[in-house]
Ligand binder design. Sequence first.
Ligand code: SAH
Ligand code: SF4
Length: 435
Amino acid sequence: MNVADSEVVGGILCANGYALTRDIAEADVVLVNTCAIRENAEQRIYGRLGLFSTYKRRYPGMLVGVLGCMAERLRSNLLEDGLVDIVVGPDEYRKLPGLMERAFTGERGVAVRLSRVENYDDLTPARADGVCAWLSVMRGCDKFCTFCVVPFTRGRERSRSLESIVAEVRDLAVRGLREITLLGQNVNSFRDGHYDFADLMRNVAAVDRSMRIRFTTSHPQDMSERLIEAIAEEVNICKYVHLPVQSGSDRILGLMNRTYSVDHYRRLMHRIRKAIPGVAISTDIISGFPSESVSDHRMTVDLIRELRFDGAFTFKYSPREGTKAWEMEDNVPEEEKGRRVWEITELQHAIALEQNTELIGTAVRVLVEGQSKKSRYEYTGRTDTNRSVVFPHSDEQPGEFADIRIDRTNSATLFGIRVGDVIRAASQSLGGTAA
Ligand code: SAH
Ligand code: SF4
């Protein structure tokens, strides 16, 4: 979401005569777009600001701006130690050019008002050409899970218009992008008149059938049957759902204000798996929420073993000021939180390894993204179910589809060799496992 927001900011600045540079020595302004979801996300930003201060000494006149959720949370406090010149929250990016102009004359500025309507619908984000793009379809969150700072830093839910989103996707298709991920904290809250998120997905998918469409995230309380049907029916909507469960204990889910039970989640997952053959489902887990006992933790472990997710992101609970859970005693020791996260991660790795091993000998279709991190002789791509696949590079180009026969794997990555020709033009069958 912050990548998408940074592209919106880039669009605003480029329209005002600025240009992007990746070389800090060349920059008149350094903007850092921040996350406040957990304490360690903020600590990383403080580290980064320390680094920028050395550049500020070397290049006098260079401005530093903090954008995003941490700006919204800490406001003018961020100006205190003199490292930062501009502080701008997620709904005030249109003010950046004016704030920057004033900051160049020495006047530091803060803009952190939240809006009920701002959705940057009319702006063109500054996106690099490439294979994949992020696209925010709604902003804010009204769910108020008790652990979560997002409703405070990003404000109330509001959606963009279906028409503007479809127009943007059309432009991206013309520019040759091959995969679009629609973003929202809870995409099922998307509304434009009588259109809901399922309508939006179907309209976006119809723009170009050779383009893959993904989305994130659905809240388990209101993932609709219509959305499940849309994923099942539309050939180019990826068969992948990220569905954060957070805990396997009903007591903890209640304290988190997640508004669903473990059994609701279980039944939802079964419905999704039945309706969408071959679907992959991943989740988020928080370990060490206030009062989480060893038996609550065991319930989470048992649920993971039972439901066999295709992926899980596990976080140590981090108290966030202003949230309801902040008032609860953070009484699971850090070390114990770490142990619980470790146990869940180990279990999930073992499950993922078993699932990946089953794919050995089969061919999977991937969208080729480019060079792998480890070697320029190898390329990487992802399956429709979001599995990473690495293979020796021959004549494939980023943005093409290729079938890769899997010959080995670990818990995170599949490895194989290409079989058959690359698929360059529009393809009707973008399915997961090809043979
Ligand atoms: N809107 C999404 C989640 C966005 S935040 C949803 O509800 O599905 C991404 C993940 O960060 C959450 O799913 C949760 O697992 C984690 N998270 C949020 N606040 C947290 C906190 N205070 N401590 C630890 N993890 C947190
Ligand atoms: Fe946070 Fe809950 Fe909203 Fe997700 S749904 S952003 S976890 S408040």
